[in-house]
Structure formats: structure tokens, C-alpha cells
Design a protein. Structure first.
Length: 427
């Protein structure tokens, strides 16, 4: 290429003078000599750098290298993917083998369960047939005994209600038994027992109308009576009750001593004032009175206090009481404590009679407690009076209500039994 360019350049330089000689006059040779460096420099500029063929070869070589490297990486990736696929195929194969084994086991289990289900169905069919046979036999056996069995059940419930009323006077249990009998008759729906159902309904209405005894209120009043028995004083002081007379004397003597204490307080000087300075006395109506009126008033007060003191002292020495039982004054403190314990025991017995609905025992215990309170306790004491009033109120209270009997229900059941016997005898 360099040679071709050089020849071309030289051709152009040689041909240009000829053409110029034809058209123009001859010029000196100096300009031709001056253009030679320009052609040399152009030749040098064109001849620098690789040729296009070398560049093309280098590009093809780079492309071949890139393609080879890409093929190599693709081969490696393909080999890795192939190994991974092979390992996954091996895992899937193992899982498939395990699944086949489990499927075989499950199939065997299903077959055994199917056999068992078939066996159970056969047993169920046999049991069902046997139950139907037994049910038919029972129905044929009890065909003529259903009314008698129902009559026996109703008779048992009515008898239980009658026992609860007669023995324990428990209306609630009797009502429950009769309600059970009535519900049984309603479910049975037997025309032959219509009279029995009406009789039981009437007895239920009578029992529900019976007034109930307020056991809780009576028990509270019995507890209050026991408290009064333990607190009321006896005719002779015992260990359970202190000397009430001495306490009363001390309390009543306090108002008499109060005026003297007030006078002493008024006469005493103030603690912060000096002894020589006279104290200012407040204006008082007594201070404005004359000295003879004040002396007379003080003498009257002192005479009243002395009279009260002498009366109290004489009352503590000599006391007059009317006693119906002379042995009550001969009781020792130990005997008084025993009397209180016996009365508390009678209160507990009365409470048991209340719970058991025994009016005779209740009245007897109340009478005994009232007699002991009237004979052994101080009749002037407030607690004794309250205890006697409470005992009389409790004795007049009723611990049992008038309860109806079950005669109508029992009579209707007996009529049903008689009809059944007559029917059997006719058959």
C-alpha cells in the first residue's frame, strides 16, 4: 500500500508539469523543487499505523478468544447443571422408591381396615337383629304389664311424699316427689290414669298453699335467748355475772360527786398566774346571790348527797326480795354456772325440735326455760325481763304447719289397681 501511494504521488507530480507546459508558459524549476517536501510529508502521514488487514485479523482473533471463553464457561455451567440435575434425579428416585414402599404399607393397612370394617358391619348387623328380637320379645312380654309398672312407680313416689310429710314434715321434698309423679303420668299419657293425675295435681296445689315455718328467724331468736340466759343475773351472784349492785352504786354516786369537783376546779388558781395576783372571776348568778342563800343551797345539796350515800350503803347491806323457791338462795357459784349450761342445752334441744318440726318437744323446752328464768333469776333485772318475754313469744310460735295428707292420690291409685285386677280376672 505504501508503494502504491508513492507511485500515485509521483505520477501526479510528474503529470502536473506536463499539463502546465501545455497550457501555460514555462516556469522556473524552483516551485517544483519546493513541493517535494509536501509530498514526502503526506506520504509519511499515510504510511503511519497498522493496515486494515492487520486490524481485521486482530478483531477476528479477539472474537475467537471471546467465543472460546464463552463456550468454556457455558460448558462448565452445563456440566454443573447436569450434575445438579443428576443429583435431583437421584433424590427423586429415592423419594419415589420410599413413596412406593409407604404406598404399599398404606395399601396393606387399608386392606386390613377394610376387612375389619366388613367384620364390624357384619357384627353390627347381627347385633341389630338381636336387639330387634329382644325388643320384640320385651314388648310382647310387657304388653300386659305396662300399666302395672306405671302404677308401681307412681305408688312409690306418692308413698315417698306421704312419708316426708308424716315423718319429717318436709313440704319441699313432698312437692318434688309429687311433681316427678305428675311428669311421669304426663309423659305416659294413659287414659286409665287420668283420675290419678287429677288427684296428684290437687294434692300439689294444697301442698304449695301450706304456709312455711320461718326457721331462720326462730333460730336467730333462740340465739338471742341463749345470750340473755348467759348474761342475766341470778338471785345469788355467781361466777358468770359480776356484782351488779356494786356497779350500779358506783355509777349513781358519780353525779353527786360532780358538783364538789366543779367547785374545787373553780377554786383552784390558774397554773400560769402568780399567787399574789387575784384572779378575775366570771360573772355568775350564784356569785351575785347573798351569802345566806348560797349557804342554804350548799347545805341542801350536801344533805341530798349524804342521804343518797346512806341509802346505797344500807341497800348493799340489807336487801328484801320475794322468792318462790327457797333453794334458789342456797345455790353456789358453781351451781349457778351449771344452771346456765343446762338452760343453754335446753335452747339447743328446742332448736333441734324446730328443725325436726316437733311441736311437743318445742313447747316442753320453752316451758322448762321459762320456769327456770322465773324461779332462779333476778326478776327485776332488765335481761331477765327480756328473756322471759322472748321465751313466751317463742312458746306461742308454731314450729309445724297443718299439712295435708295424700289420701286422694292413694285412693285413686287403689282404684286403678282394682280395675286392673278385675280386668285380669275377666281375661
Amino acid at each position: 500500500m505504501r508503494g502504491n501511494d508513492y507511485n500515485t504521488a509521483m505520477t501526479e507530480t510528474t503529470s502536473s508539469p506536463q499539463s502546465s507546459t501545455q497550457t501555460e508558459p514555462a516556469k522556473p524549476a524552483t516551485p517544483a523543487i519546493g513541493s517535494a517536501p509536501e509530498h514526502a510529508s503526506r506520504f509519511r502521514r499515510k504510511s503511519t499505523g497498522p493496515s486494515w488487514s492487520v486490524t481485521l485479523m486482530l478483531v477476528f482473533l479477539l472474537l475467537a478468544v471471546v467465543v472460546a471463553v464463552g463456550a468454556w464457561f457455558s460448558q462448565k455451567r452445563f456440566d454443573a447443571a447436569g450434575r445438579e440435575v443428576a443429583s435431583q434425579v437421584q433424590g427423586f428416585t429415592a423419594q419415589l422408591v420410599e413413596t412406593k414402599r409407604e404406598a404399599k404399607l398404606a395399601l396393606g393397612l387399608v386392606e386390613s381396615q377394610a376387612k375389619l370394617i366388613v367384620t364390624l358391619q357384619q357384627s353390627l348387623a347381627e347385633s341389630k337383629s338381636q336387639f330387634e328380637g329382644l325388643e320384640e320379645a320385651w314388648a310382647s312380654f310387657n304388653k300386659g304389664m305396662e300399666d302395672s309398672m306405671l302404677a308401681n312407680d307412681i305408688d312409690r313416689l306418692v308413698t315417698l311424699a306421704s312419708q316426708q310429710l308424716r315423718l319429717a314434715s318436709n313440704v319441699n321434698n313432698a312437692v318434688m316427689a309429687l311433681e316427678t309423679a305428675l311428669s311421669t303420668l304426663v309423659r305416659a299419657d294413659r287414659p286409665r290414669f287420668a283420675a290419678v293425675q287429677r288427684a296428684i295435681s290437687a294434692d300439689l296445689d294444697r301442698l304449695r298453699a301450706v304456709p312455711l315455718v320461718d326457721v331462720s328467724a326462730l333460730s336467730v331468736r333462740l340465739e338471742a335467748l341463749a345470750t340473755l340466759i348467759g348474761r342475766a343475773p341470778l338471785l345469788v351472784p355467781d361466777a358468770a355475772v359480776p356484782n351488779v349492785a356494786a356497779v350500779t352504786a358506783v355509777v349513781s354516786s358519780a353525779p353527786a360527786a360532780q358538783p364538789a369537783a366543779a367547785q374545787a376546779t373553780a377554786a383552784a388558781p390558774a397554773p400560769g398566774a402568780p399567787s399574789g395576783v387575784p384572779q378575775t372571776v366570771a360573772t355568775d348568778p350564784i356569785a351575785t346571790e347573798a351569802w345566806w342563800d348560797l349557804a342554804w343551797r350548799k347545805s341542801v345539796l350536801w344533805s341530798k348527797a349524804v342521804a343518797v350515800f346512806v341509802a346505797k350503803e344500807l341497800a348493799s347491806v340489807v336487801s328484801i326480795q320475794r322468792v318462790t323457791d327457797a333453794s334458789a338462795l342456797l345455790m353456789s357459784p358453781e351451781q349457778g354456772a351449771q344452771l346456765r349450761a343446762n338452760l343453754r342445752t335446753r335452747v339447743l334441744t328446742a332448736q333441734m325440735a324446730l328443725l325436726m318440726h316437733q311441736p311437743s318437744v318445742w313447747r316442753a323446752e320453752m316451758a322448762s326455760i321459762e320456769a327456770s328464768l322465773a324461779a332462779r333469776y333476778d326478776p327485776k333485772a332488765v335481761d331477765t325481763v327480756a328473756a322471759l318475754r322472748l321465751v313466751r313469744e317463742l312458746a306461742s310460735a308454731s314450729v309445724v304447719a297443718a299439712l295435708p295428707d295424700m289420701s286422694d292420690s292413694i285412693a285413686s291409685l287403689e282404684a286403678v289397681r282394682v280395675q286392673e285386677l278385675n280386668k285380669k280376672s275377666e281375661d
